[in-house]
Design a protein around this ligand. Sequence first.
Ligand code: BMA
Length: 341
Amino acid sequence: MSDVKILNAPDVPNMPWQDGPETFQDAPVWRYSQNPIIGRNPIEGVARIFNSAVVAYEGAFVGVFRGEQRNGVSYIYFGRSKDGINWDFEKDKIRFVNEKGEEFMPVYAYDPRLVKVEDTYYAIWCQDFYGAAIGIAKTTDFKTFTRIENPFIPFNRNAVLFPRKINGKYMMLSRPSDSGHTPFGDIFLSESPDMTYWGKHRHVMGPNGKWWQSVKIGGGAAPIETTEGWLLFYHGVSGTCNGFVYSIGGAILDIDNPSIVKYRCENFLLTPEEWYEERGFVPNVCFPCATIHDPESGKIALYYGCADSYVGLAFTEIDAVTDYIKEHSSLNDADREIGIR
Ligand code: BMA
Protein backbone atom coordinates (compact mmCIF):
# COMPACT_ATOMS: atom_id res chain seq x y z
CA MET A 1 0.00 0.00 0.00
CA SER A 2 1.17 3.54 -0.69
CA ASP A 3 2.03 6.12 1.95
CA VAL A 4 -0.46 8.89 1.20
CA LYS A 5 -0.87 11.40 4.03
CA ILE A 6 -3.59 13.83 5.02
CA LEU A 7 -2.19 17.37 5.21
CA ASN A 8 -3.06 20.61 7.03
CA ALA A 9 -5.79 19.21 9.25
CA PRO A 10 -5.84 18.82 13.04
CA ASP A 11 -5.51 15.35 14.54
CA VAL A 12 -8.77 13.89 15.82
CA PRO A 13 -7.65 10.95 17.98
CA ASN A 14 -11.19 10.42 19.33
CA MET A 15 -12.83 10.28 15.91
CA PRO A 16 -15.62 7.72 15.40
CA TRP A 17 -14.18 4.47 14.14
CA GLN A 18 -14.88 0.80 13.61
CA ASP A 19 -12.35 -1.55 12.03
CA GLY A 20 -13.18 -2.95 8.60
CA PRO A 21 -12.59 -6.37 7.10
CA GLU A 22 -9.03 -7.67 6.59
CA THR A 23 -9.40 -7.75 2.82
CA PHE A 24 -11.70 -6.09 0.34
CA GLN A 25 -13.29 -7.50 -2.74
CA ASP A 26 -14.12 -4.01 -3.98
CA ALA A 27 -13.65 -0.47 -2.68
CA PRO A 28 -12.04 -0.24 0.79
CA VAL A 29 -15.05 1.56 2.29
CA TRP A 30 -17.22 -0.10 4.92
CA ARG A 31 -20.39 0.84 6.76
CA TYR A 32 -20.76 1.30 10.50
CA SER A 33 -22.46 -1.84 11.79
CA GLN A 34 -24.98 0.18 13.85
CA ASN A 35 -26.19 2.30 10.93
CA PRO A 36 -28.25 4.36 10.65
CA ILE A 37 -26.83 6.59 13.38
CA ILE A 38 -29.84 8.94 13.25
CA GLY A 39 -33.27 7.37 12.94
CA ARG A 40 -36.75 8.71 12.25
CA ASN A 41 -38.46 11.46 14.27
CA PRO A 42 -35.22 12.57 15.95
CA ILE A 43 -36.55 15.92 17.20
CA GLU A 44 -40.07 16.96 18.16
CA GLY A 45 -41.64 18.31 14.96
CA VAL A 46 -38.91 16.83 12.72
CA ALA A 47 -39.73 13.66 10.81
CA ARG A 48 -36.30 12.92 9.34
CA ILE A 49 -32.69 14.06 9.53
CA PHE A 50 -30.40 13.27 6.59
CA ASN A 51 -27.79 14.94 4.31
CA SER A 52 -25.97 16.60 7.22
CA ALA A 53 -22.47 17.78 8.10
CA VAL A 54 -20.27 17.57 11.18
CA VAL A 55 -16.87 18.83 12.38
CA ALA A 56 -14.59 18.08 15.31
CA TYR A 57 -14.83 20.92 17.83
CA GLU A 58 -13.30 21.42 21.27
CA GLY A 59 -12.53 17.74 21.81
CA ALA A 60 -16.02 16.63 20.71
CA PHE A 61 -18.19 17.05 17.61
CA VAL A 62 -20.83 19.49 16.39
CA GLY A 63 -22.94 19.47 13.26
CA VAL A 64 -25.55 21.16 11.13
CA PHE A 65 -28.37 18.82 10.24
CA ARG A 66 -31.01 18.84 7.57
CA GLY A 67 -34.23 18.34 9.48
CA GLU A 68 -37.37 17.83 7.47
CA GLN A 69 -40.21 19.12 9.61
CA ARG A 70 -43.57 17.44 9.84
CA ASN A 71 -44.96 20.09 7.48
CA GLY A 72 -42.40 18.94 4.89
CA VAL A 73 -40.19 22.04 4.98
CA SER A 74 -36.46 21.49 5.57
CA TYR A 75 -34.45 23.64 7.96
CA ILE A 76 -31.06 23.33 9.56
CA TYR A 77 -30.75 22.13 13.14
CA PHE A 78 -27.70 22.18 15.39
CA GLY A 79 -26.38 19.11 17.17
CA ARG A 80 -23.59 18.08 19.51
CA SER A 81 -21.97 14.73 20.14
CA LYS A 82 -19.21 13.38 22.34
CA ASP A 83 -18.41 10.47 20.04
CA GLY A 84 -19.58 11.59 16.58
CA ILE A 85 -22.19 8.80 16.60
CA ASN A 86 -24.78 9.62 19.26
CA TRP A 87 -26.19 13.10 18.71
CA ASP A 88 -28.14 15.58 20.84
CA PHE A 89 -30.08 18.12 18.86
CA GLU A 90 -31.34 21.55 19.75
CA LYS A 91 -35.09 21.50 19.60
CA ASP A 92 -35.41 24.73 17.64
CA LYS A 93 -33.96 25.27 14.20
CA ILE A 94 -30.86 27.47 13.89
CA ARG A 95 -31.90 31.11 14.12
CA PHE A 96 -29.80 32.79 11.46
CA VAL A 97 -29.11 36.52 11.68
CA ASN A 98 -27.92 39.09 9.17
CA GLU A 99 -24.75 41.12 9.58
CA LYS A 100 -26.68 43.64 11.71
CA GLY A 101 -27.64 40.87 14.12
CA GLU A 102 -31.32 40.83 13.09
CA GLU A 103 -33.11 37.53 12.54
CA PHE A 104 -32.79 36.50 8.90
CA MET A 105 -34.28 33.08 8.28
CA PRO A 106 -34.18 31.39 4.89
CA VAL A 107 -37.56 30.28 3.50
CA TYR A 108 -36.19 26.74 3.63
CA ALA A 109 -32.69 25.29 3.92
CA TYR A 110 -31.29 21.87 3.06
CA ASP A 111 -28.19 19.78 2.40
CA PRO A 112 -25.85 21.79 4.66
CA ARG A 113 -22.08 21.45 4.63
CA LEU A 114 -19.89 22.73 7.46
CA VAL A 115 -16.30 23.77 6.77
CA LYS A 116 -13.67 25.57 8.84
CA VAL A 117 -11.48 28.01 6.93
CA GLU A 118 -8.88 29.75 9.07
CA ASP A 119 -10.71 30.70 12.30
CA THR A 120 -14.26 30.68 10.96
CA TYR A 121 -16.78 27.91 10.40
CA TYR A 122 -19.02 28.26 7.35
CA ALA A 123 -22.35 26.50 6.94
CA ILE A 124 -23.36 26.28 3.27
CA TRP A 125 -26.73 25.00 2.14
CA CYS A 126 -29.42 25.16 -0.51
CA GLN A 127 -32.24 27.66 -0.03
CA ASP A 128 -34.78 29.78 -1.81
CA PHE A 129 -33.33 32.90 -3.45
CA TYR A 130 -36.20 33.40 -5.91
CA GLY A 131 -35.36 29.87 -6.95
CA ALA A 132 -33.10 27.22 -5.45
CA ALA A 133 -29.66 28.69 -4.77
CA ILE A 134 -26.83 28.57 -2.25
CA GLY A 135 -26.90 30.22 1.19
CA ILE A 136 -23.97 30.68 3.57
CA ALA A 137 -23.58 31.62 7.22
CA LYS A 138 -20.48 32.03 9.33
CA THR A 139 -19.90 31.30 12.98
CA THR A 140 -17.01 31.13 15.39
CA ASP A 141 -18.88 29.86 18.44
CA PHE A 142 -21.85 27.82 17.12
CA LYS A 143 -24.14 30.20 19.00
CA THR A 144 -24.47 32.99 16.45
CA PHE A 145 -24.79 32.06 12.78
CA THR A 146 -24.49 35.17 10.62
CA ARG A 147 -25.65 34.91 7.06
CA ILE A 148 -23.39 36.47 4.46
CA GLU A 149 -24.06 37.23 0.79
CA ASN A 150 -25.50 34.45 -1.35
CA PRO A 151 -22.62 33.44 -3.63
CA PHE A 152 -24.52 32.56 -6.80
CA ILE A 153 -27.72 33.40 -8.64
CA PRO A 154 -30.28 30.56 -9.07
CA PHE A 155 -30.30 27.79 -9.90
CA ASN A 156 -27.68 25.99 -7.91
CA ARG A 157 -28.32 23.58 -5.10
CA ASN A 158 -25.10 21.89 -4.15
CA ALA A 159 -22.06 23.76 -2.82
CA VAL A 160 -18.94 22.69 -0.97
CA LEU A 161 -16.21 24.97 0.37
CA PHE A 162 -12.52 24.01 0.44
CA PRO A 163 -10.98 23.99 3.94
CA ARG A 164 -8.25 26.48 3.07
CA LYS A 165 -7.60 29.27 0.61
CA ILE A 166 -5.76 28.27 -2.54
CA ASN A 167 -3.43 30.86 -4.05
CA GLY A 168 -4.91 33.34 -1.55
CA LYS A 169 -8.56 32.74 -2.57
CA TYR A 170 -11.53 30.96 -1.01
CA MET A 171 -12.59 28.11 -3.26
CA MET A 172 -16.04 26.59 -3.68
CA LEU A 173 -17.39 23.70 -5.71
CA SER A 174 -20.97 23.93 -6.87
CA ARG A 175 -23.42 22.30 -9.22
CA PRO A 176 -25.60 24.66 -11.28
CA SER A 177 -29.03 23.17 -11.88
CA ASP A 178 -32.56 23.91 -13.05
CA SER A 179 -35.69 24.64 -11.07
CA GLY A 180 -36.78 21.00 -10.79
CA HIS A 181 -35.29 17.58 -10.21
CA THR A 182 -32.43 18.44 -12.55
CA PRO A 183 -31.63 15.71 -15.08
CA PHE A 184 -28.10 17.09 -15.68
CA GLY A 185 -25.26 18.56 -13.68
CA ASP A 186 -21.51 19.13 -13.65
CA ILE A 187 -19.26 20.25 -10.79
CA PHE A 188 -17.79 23.74 -11.20
CA LEU A 189 -15.18 25.63 -9.16
CA SER A 190 -15.43 29.33 -8.23
CA GLU A 191 -13.07 31.52 -6.27
CA SER A 192 -13.45 34.55 -4.05
CA PRO A 193 -11.08 36.99 -2.37
CA ASP A 194 -13.54 37.73 0.46
CA MET A 195 -16.44 35.20 0.55
CA THR A 196 -18.65 37.87 -1.08
CA TYR A 197 -17.64 38.15 -4.73
CA TRP A 198 -17.32 34.85 -6.58
CA GLY A 199 -15.83 34.44 -10.04
CA LYS A 200 -13.12 32.86 -12.17
CA HIS A 201 -15.50 29.93 -12.66
CA ARG A 202 -13.93 26.73 -13.92
CA HIS A 203 -15.39 23.40 -14.94
CA VAL A 204 -14.14 20.52 -12.80
CA MET A 205 -15.94 17.43 -14.08
CA GLY A 206 -19.25 16.24 -15.42
CA PRO A 207 -21.22 13.02 -15.62
CA ASN A 208 -19.40 10.43 -17.66
CA GLY A 209 -20.34 7.24 -19.42
CA LYS A 210 -20.18 5.12 -16.26
CA TRP A 211 -23.78 4.33 -15.47
CA TRP A 212 -23.75 5.19 -11.78
CA GLN A 213 -22.70 8.81 -12.53
CA SER A 214 -24.13 9.23 -16.00
CA VAL A 215 -26.97 11.71 -15.25
CA LYS A 216 -25.42 14.25 -12.85
CA ILE A 217 -22.78 14.59 -10.18
CA GLY A 218 -22.29 16.97 -7.24
CA GLY A 219 -19.71 17.75 -4.60
CA GLY A 220 -20.09 15.87 -1.33
CA ALA A 221 -17.81 16.31 1.66
CA ALA A 222 -15.33 19.18 1.90
CA PRO A 223 -12.20 18.09 -0.01
CA ILE A 224 -9.45 16.53 2.11
CA GLU A 225 -5.93 17.82 1.44
CA THR A 226 -3.48 14.97 0.86
CA THR A 227 0.00 14.41 -0.54
CA GLU A 228 -1.71 13.27 -3.80
CA GLY A 229 -4.05 16.26 -4.14
CA TRP A 230 -7.56 17.08 -2.89
CA LEU A 231 -9.55 13.94 -2.14
CA LEU A 232 -13.18 14.56 -3.03
CA PHE A 233 -16.05 12.28 -2.09
CA TYR A 234 -18.95 13.24 -4.32
CA HIS A 235 -22.33 11.91 -5.40
CA GLY A 236 -23.07 10.46 -8.80
CA VAL A 237 -26.57 9.83 -10.11
CA SER A 238 -27.93 7.31 -12.56
CA GLY A 239 -31.41 7.36 -14.07
CA THR A 240 -33.48 4.21 -13.96
CA CYS A 241 -37.04 3.38 -14.98
CA ASN A 242 -37.90 3.88 -11.29
CA GLY A 243 -36.06 7.15 -10.71
CA PHE A 244 -32.61 8.36 -9.73
CA VAL A 245 -30.04 6.29 -7.81
CA TYR A 246 -27.40 8.21 -5.80
CA SER A 247 -24.00 6.58 -5.23
CA ILE A 248 -20.77 7.85 -3.68
CA GLY A 249 -17.71 8.34 -5.88
CA GLY A 250 -14.13 9.46 -5.32
CA ALA A 251 -11.77 11.76 -7.22
CA ILE A 252 -8.47 13.48 -6.57
CA LEU A 253 -8.08 17.09 -7.71
CA ASP A 254 -4.86 18.98 -8.38
CA ILE A 255 -3.64 20.70 -5.23
CA ASP A 256 -3.04 24.18 -6.74
CA ASN A 257 -5.52 24.02 -9.64
CA PRO A 258 -8.42 21.94 -8.32
CA SER A 259 -10.37 22.30 -11.56
CA ILE A 260 -7.93 19.71 -12.93
CA VAL A 261 -8.93 16.16 -12.02
CA LYS A 262 -5.88 13.93 -11.49
CA TYR A 263 -7.71 10.70 -10.75
CA ARG A 264 -11.38 9.75 -10.90
CA CYS A 265 -12.57 6.35 -9.84
CA GLU A 266 -14.70 4.68 -12.48
CA ASN A 267 -16.31 2.46 -9.83
CA PHE A 268 -18.55 3.84 -7.12
CA LEU A 269 -17.15 3.63 -3.59
CA LEU A 270 -20.58 3.03 -2.03
CA THR A 271 -23.98 2.45 -3.59
CA PRO A 272 -27.39 1.75 -2.00
CA GLU A 273 -27.38 -1.82 -0.70
CA GLU A 274 -28.64 -1.71 2.87
CA TRP A 275 -32.30 -1.34 3.87
CA TYR A 276 -31.76 2.20 5.18
CA GLU A 277 -30.24 3.25 1.83
CA GLU A 278 -32.72 1.42 -0.39
CA ARG A 279 -35.89 2.17 1.54
CA GLY A 280 -37.16 5.53 2.74
CA PHE A 281 -38.71 8.81 1.70
CA VAL A 282 -36.61 8.71 -1.49
CA PRO A 283 -35.27 5.19 -2.06
CA ASN A 284 -31.76 4.41 -3.28
CA VAL A 285 -29.87 7.46 -2.07
CA CYS A 286 -26.37 7.61 -0.56
CA PHE A 287 -25.55 11.33 -0.30
CA PRO A 288 -22.15 12.23 1.24
CA CYS A 289 -21.88 15.59 3.07
CA ALA A 290 -18.94 15.46 5.50
CA THR A 291 -15.93 13.60 6.81
CA ILE A 292 -14.10 13.52 10.11
CA HIS A 293 -10.50 12.56 9.42
CA ASP A 294 -7.36 12.09 11.46
CA PRO A 295 -4.01 12.84 9.75
CA GLU A 296 -2.03 10.89 12.34
CA SER A 297 -3.79 7.55 11.69
CA GLY A 298 -5.12 8.26 8.17
CA LYS A 299 -8.62 7.23 9.27
CA ILE A 300 -11.65 8.79 7.57
CA ALA A 301 -15.28 8.66 8.76
CA LEU A 302 -17.75 9.61 6.03
CA TYR A 303 -21.22 10.92 6.95
CA TYR A 304 -23.88 10.40 4.33
CA GLY A 305 -27.60 10.82 3.98
CA CYS A 306 -29.52 7.58 3.41
CA ALA A 307 -32.73 7.47 1.37
CA ASP A 308 -33.57 11.08 2.40
CA SER A 309 -34.52 9.55 5.76
CA TYR A 310 -31.44 8.75 7.89
CA VAL A 311 -27.78 9.54 8.48
CA GLY A 312 -25.26 6.78 7.92
CA LEU A 313 -21.59 6.47 8.71
CA ALA A 314 -18.94 4.71 6.63
CA PHE A 315 -15.22 4.37 7.11
CA THR A 316 -12.08 4.19 5.01
CA GLU A 317 -8.36 4.90 5.25
CA ILE A 318 -6.50 7.52 3.27
CA ASP A 319 -3.90 5.24 1.68
CA ALA A 320 -6.30 2.44 0.79
CA VAL A 321 -8.98 4.69 -0.69
CA THR A 322 -6.44 6.76 -2.64
CA ASP A 323 -4.83 3.60 -4.02
CA TYR A 324 -8.24 2.29 -5.07
CA ILE A 325 -9.18 5.56 -6.80
CA LYS A 326 -5.84 5.62 -8.64
CA GLU A 327 -6.00 1.96 -9.64
CA HIS A 328 -9.50 2.42 -11.08
CA SER A 329 -9.05 5.92 -12.49
CA SER A 330 -10.63 6.79 -15.80
CA LEU A 331 -10.42 10.39 -17.01
CA ASN A 332 -11.89 12.15 -20.02
CA ASP A 333 -10.63 15.34 -21.67
CA ALA A 334 -12.97 17.61 -19.68
CA ASP A 335 -11.62 16.12 -16.43
CA ARG A 336 -8.01 16.85 -17.41
CA GLU A 337 -8.64 20.43 -18.58
CA ILE A 338 -8.26 23.58 -16.49
CA GLY A 339 -11.96 24.06 -17.33
CA ILE A 340 -12.41 27.36 -19.12
CA ARG A 341 -13.78 27.81 -22.63
C1 BMA B 1 -31.15 15.92 -4.62
C2 BMA B 1 -31.06 16.76 -3.38
C3 BMA B 1 -30.84 15.92 -2.15
C4 BMA B 1 -31.57 14.63 -2.14
C5 BMA B 1 -31.52 13.94 -3.47
C6 BMA B 1 -32.33 12.66 -3.53
O1 BMA B 1 -31.63 16.67 -5.71
O2 BMA B 1 -32.25 17.47 -3.26
O3 BMA B 1 -31.26 16.65 -1.03
O4 BMA B 1 -31.00 13.78 -1.17
O5 BMA B 1 -31.97 14.81 -4.46
O6 BMA B 1 -33.70 12.92 -3.29
